[in-house]
Design a protein. Structure first.
Length: 163
């Protein structure tokens, strides 16, 4: 019946196709194992046994490599998120004007333990520079606060002035 369908050009029905495949599989399997020599059996056992013995270790190795790649991707994503958060900051300069930020080494006038050693050249210059930076920061903050107050006064004045 399968021969007549193929000759007519019509597609073969599924049952005849499955029967043909099953017949081919059993025939090929029987012929393959009936023609094996002892050398071929040993080779087959070594290959299958080696696969069975090495498979758990290969799976662990694959899992370890996948975990490393996953951690690396997570770290890259965290870094990218941190960079995006920093670049797209919701704070602007006006939010930070009232805040005091501690600068390292600016508030301390003393040099380590106060002893003058032979290699401590320029100690006074460093102290003068720190004092200058401190005064400059205070003056800049004062000017910014005055500008902020002036801007608020202009906003209030806009509503108070009658036209």
């Amino acid at each position: 019946m399968a021969e007549s369908n193929e000759a007519d050009g019509a597609p073969p029905d599924i049952l005849s196709l499955l029967a043909k495949w099953g017949n081919n599989f059993t025939t090929q399997t029987h012929n393959t194992f009936s023609n094996l020599r002892p050398h071929d059996y040993i080779r087959l056992v070594v290959i299958i046994g080696g696969y069975c013995l090495l498979r758990p270790y290969l799976m662990k190795l694959g899992a370890h490599m996948q975990m490393k790649a996953h951690k690396r991707d997570e770290e890259a994503e965290k870094q990218e998120t941190a960079n995006n958060d920093f670049n797209g900051a919701t704070l602007d300069a006006n939010d930070l004007r009232g805040a005091k930020i501690a600068l390292p080494g600016v508030d301390s006038d003393d040099e380590s333990d106060g002893e003058v050693r032979e290699g401590d050249w320029g100690k006074r210059a460093r102290l003068r520079q720190r004092a200058f930076v401190r005064e400059t920061l205070v003056e800049a903050e004062r000017r910014l606060m005055e500008k902020k107050d002036e801007a608020e006064d202009k906003d209030i004045e806009e509503f108070l002035v009658e036209e």
